[in-house]
Design a protein around this ligand. Structure first.
Ligand code: NAD
Ligand code: AHE
Ligand code: ZN
Length: 387
């Protein structure tokens, strides 16, 4: 099949707010520094639903969504040296591995040593095209856009070589696909992004995690790994208390059930003055404010992970920052896809990182719209789609 166009099934988002439709799509061969991957499994992340809803300022249609996949390299374009036919990559968020956060190791961002964001292909990725400005997907004579440099809702996809992470072929793709976004994002936020030195939350910290979905529970897992003392899960869904405990949380608060007290007051009371670290894993800008204000005066740090809709803005009294609280955020947990993802896969293979526990639902590609409905129901942590 190398060098030829492949026709396969993909879930196409023709327009915002509509169900995906399963179509035959043509996937062109990879050009220079591109990789064509056969996707075997993909997770469905809330960010896919967010972009489908039309609330993403960068969202454009028609598009092939999906950014949490795993597959096998089918063929590579000219100049690709990092992976070869037959390799098992995990798509990262395009920041690269088909991961949505690429890592070129040459740009100002990659060389800074201060961020996992890579600037090399971000502009074209944001416009839904490959680095040369064109698409590799066609359906019914029309070009389809790529998503986050990954587009894992297609049986075959083409991504930039810097967005692919080759991992051990022993890793079960029906689970490790989740390392392409949700799990890595939350875990990385706790063990890499938090803390002034980038070492994550310190041993003995008091932490609050707002929103116990795949991302929030992964933050809990990272906080446990780093030896946090109190890990408080805050969620409006009571069933998340048990989920939090399963991953090592010590406490649970439902903010709608604390009477007249605000959630920030409640957390300050529970932690003798405020949390050392708080994480927003909801995407709700009001929750982000509460998370910042629940931080300890002088040093508490709040990390924004949730994605908010176009037009939404955060606010707080500047005095909150004047008095030492820190507001920061991260994409893909601050994890450098190509450099750090293989280690996370090893941790999973060695029983040091939970992944299987997040999978509550499975669907075949034909039922991908059901996977979106599953995700929105309160009992789903992650649904994995079999391509
Ligand atoms: P999810 O929907 O599974 O989890 C969100 C949780 O928040 C749910 O348990 C829900 O009950 C809870 N919640 C909702 N409103 C709340 C409130 N007011 N107070 C407390 N809890 C509340 O979502 P997820 O897949 O875990 O993703 C979480 C967020 O992270 C989404 O916004 C997603 O787009 C974003 N995300 C960001 C990145 C990144 O790189 N920054 C990566 C992946 C996902
Ligand atoms: N396009 C949106 C923002 C969406 C967003 O924040 N994406 C995160 C990943 S969410 C994964 O589930 C991300 O990687 N951001 C870094 C980047 O460079 O896109 C908007 O508001 O424009
Ligand atoms: Zn995601």
């Amino acid at each position: 099949t190398a060098g030829k166009t492949i026709t396969c099934k993909a879930a196409v988002a023709w327009e915002a707010g509509k169900d995906l439709s399963i179509e035959d799509v043509e996937v062109a061969p990879p050009k220079a520094h591109e990789v064509r991957i056969q996707i075997y499994y993909t997770g469905v992340c809330h960010t896919d639903a967010y972009t489908l809803s039309g609330k993403d300022p960068e969202g454009a249609f028609p598009i092939v969504l999906g950014h949490e996949g795993a597959g096998i390299v089918e063929s590579v374009g000219e100049g690709v040296t990092s992976v070869k036919e037959g390799d098992h990559p995990t798509t990262l968020l395009t920041i690269i591995a088909p991961n949505s956060t690429p890592e070129c190791r040459e740009c100002k961002f990659c060389k800074s040593g201060k961020t996992n964001l890579c600037g090399k292909i971000r502009a074209t990725q944001g416009r839904g095209v490959m680095p040369d400005g064109t698409s590799r997907f066609k359906c019914k004579g029309k070009d389809l856009l790529h998503f986050m440099g990954t587009s894992t809702f297609s049986q075959y996809t083409v991504v930039a070589d810097i967005s692919v992470v080759a991992i051990t072929d022993k890793a079960p793709m029906d689970r490790t696909c989740l390392l392409g976004c949700g799990i890595t994002t939350g875990y990385g936020a706790a063990v890499i992004t938090a803390g002034r030195g980038g070492g994550g939350v310190e041993k003995g910290s008091n932490v609050a995690v707002f929103g116990a979905g795949c991302v929030g529970l992964s933050v809990v897992q990272g906080c446990v790994k780093n030896g946090a003392k109190k890990i408080i899960v805050v969620d409006v869904n009571d069933s998340k208390e048990e989920w939090g405990k399963k991953f090592g949380a010590t406490d649970f608060v439902n903010p709608t059930k604390i009477g007249d007290q605000s959630i920030q007051e409640k957390l300050i009371e529970m932690t003798d003055g405020g949390c050392d670290y708080t994480f927003d894993c909801t995407g709700n800008v009001h929750v982000m404010r509460s998370a910042l204000e629940a931080c300890h005066k002088g040093w508490g740090e709040s990390i924004i992970i949730g994605v908010a809709a176009a037009g939404q803005e955060i606010s707080t009294r500047p005095f909150q920052l004047v008095t030492g609280r820190v507001w920061k955020g991260c994409a893909f947990g601050g994890v450098k896809g190509r450099t750090q993802l293989p280690d996370l896969v090893d941790d999973y293979m060695n029983g040091k990182l939970k992944v299987n526990e997040f999978i509550t639902h499975r669907q075949p590609l034909a039922n991908i719209n059901q996977a979106f409905s599953d995700m929105k129901a309160g009992d789903c942590i992650r649904c994995v789609v079999n391509m």
